[in-house]
Design a protein around this ligand. Structure first.
Ligand SMILES: NC(=O)c1ccc[n+]([C@@H]2O[C@H](COP(=O)([O-])OP(=O)(O)OC[C@H]3O[C@@H](n4cnc5c(N)ncnc54)[C@H](O)[C@@H]3O)[C@@H](O)[C@H]2O)c1
Length: 336
């Protein structure tokens, strides 16, 4: 049953290992990351945001091959840099591509060899066969046709329910979004060259406006969105938990109470478990560890005109995203 392999043991890869270790310990058949065994084992055991692992994690080598020991489950660990050169075991059918290096289809598809039939990218991809934001468009995922699949981004998973709930209740004419977004490893600790000149600047000194790949993913997964729907990410010097600030002109006149009622009804019904309510008077650290895609902060809802609304939703960008990724992994592994 070791059908799954994981490429990239970073923030998302390690949280996926933790989640699968708790829910499907036998599923993970192999891991690849160029980093040395002892460094990866240390970072799997200790996490500055999420705390220590709740089960034993060891690493060992037999002199030829490195292994992770996750509880009593032994997982071979490879150290290739090119997907085409990773000697994943013959049982591997699905690769989760979580290195952040191979998000284009042609690059991710380098995993498709031997019996590997599907690649799931843990990020937006401009040209994957399908971008999944479940349940907005999960029903359209067809593993017979879709071989390289994108699980969109944490921001996309948070924003999609906000847009869908507003669209279903009132219709959306125009919308825009800013995500107040934590630092990620794609920024610089101190000023250092980067192709994005704002991400080149010291991450823990400034508010850093930058792009978000969530918009592309949202348009691919929700083709009915207003064509001009767009916005920015404002990277702020915190470690975890983002805040989506969404504005929309609706097709009907509403007040804040009606908007909030639409979210409360959705949370009680179809969006249970994926959309929740933020604790009262929340600040970002209150959201750490929450696995929902978004937690609505209804106390901040505003009507800025008869049809013009502003709503806010929090998400733990790591826990929530790893949860959606893990769910899709288990679903796909059962279907391929
Ligand atoms: N961090 C988040 O909150 C978050 C949320 C959703 C999606 N994502 C996406 O997930 C992907 C990974 O993000 P992350 O934050 O986990 O990254 P990260 O920088 O924390 O980790 C990347 C890992 O990949 C490894 N790596 C580097 N080169 C490699 C190669 N050639 N082959 C295999 N592994 C390689 C690194 O050693 C590292 O362990 C990115 O595409 C990111 O956009 C991140």
């Amino acid at each position: 049953m070791n059908t799954l392999a994981l490429n990239g043991l970073g923030r998302i890869g390690r949280l996926l290992v933790r989640r699968l270790g708790a829910s499907r310990p036998g599923l993970l058949g192999a891991v690849n990351d160029p980093a040395p065994l002892e460094q990866l084992v240390h970072l799997l055991r200790y996490d500055s945001v999420h705390g220590p692992a709740d089960r034993p994690i060891e690493g060992f080598t037999d002199g030829v091959q490195d292994f992770l020991l996750l509880g009593d489950h032994r997982v071979p660990l490879f150290h290739a840099s090119d997907p085409a050169e990773i000697p994943f075991p013959a049982s591997t059918r699905l690769v989760v591509e979580a290195s952040g290096r191979f998000t284009r289809r042609a690059d991710a598809a380098r995993h498709l060899k031997a019996r590997v039939s599907h690649v799931l990218i843990s990020a937006p991809s401009p040209d994957a066969d399908y971008t999944v934001i479940d349940p907005v468009n999960g029903a359209g995922l067809d593993p017979d046709r879709h071989r390289v699949i994108s699980n969109a981004s944490c921001t996309a998973h948070a924003t999609a329910p906000m847009l869908k709930i507003l669209e279903d209740a009132f219709g959306i004419e125009h919308a825009g979004m800013s995500t107040v977004h934590v630092v990620t490893n794609d920024q610089r600790l101190l000023d250092l060259p980067h192709k994005d000149l704002r991400r080149a600047r010291a991450a823990f000194q400034s508010i850093i406006p930058t792009t978000s790949s969530a918009f592309g993913a949202l348009h691919r997964a929700m083709p009915g969105l207003p064509a001009a729907f767009d916005g920015v990410a404002l990277r702020v010097p915190t470690l975890n938990v983002n805040l989506v600030d969404l504005v929309a002109t609706l097709r009907r006149e509403v007040d804040a109470a009606a908007v909030n009622a639409s979210f409360e009804a959705a949370i009680a019904g179809p969006w249970k478990n994926l959309v929740g309510l933020a604790p009262p008077h929340a600040v970002s650290c209150d959201i750490t560890g929450r696995a929902e895609s978004v937690l609505m902060d209804l106390g901040l809802t505003m009507t800025l005109g008869p049809r013009f609304v502003k709503v806010f939703g929090w998400h733990d960008n790591e826990t929530g995203y790893a949860a959606r990724l893990g769910e899709l992994v288990v679903d796909l592994a059962g279907r391929i």
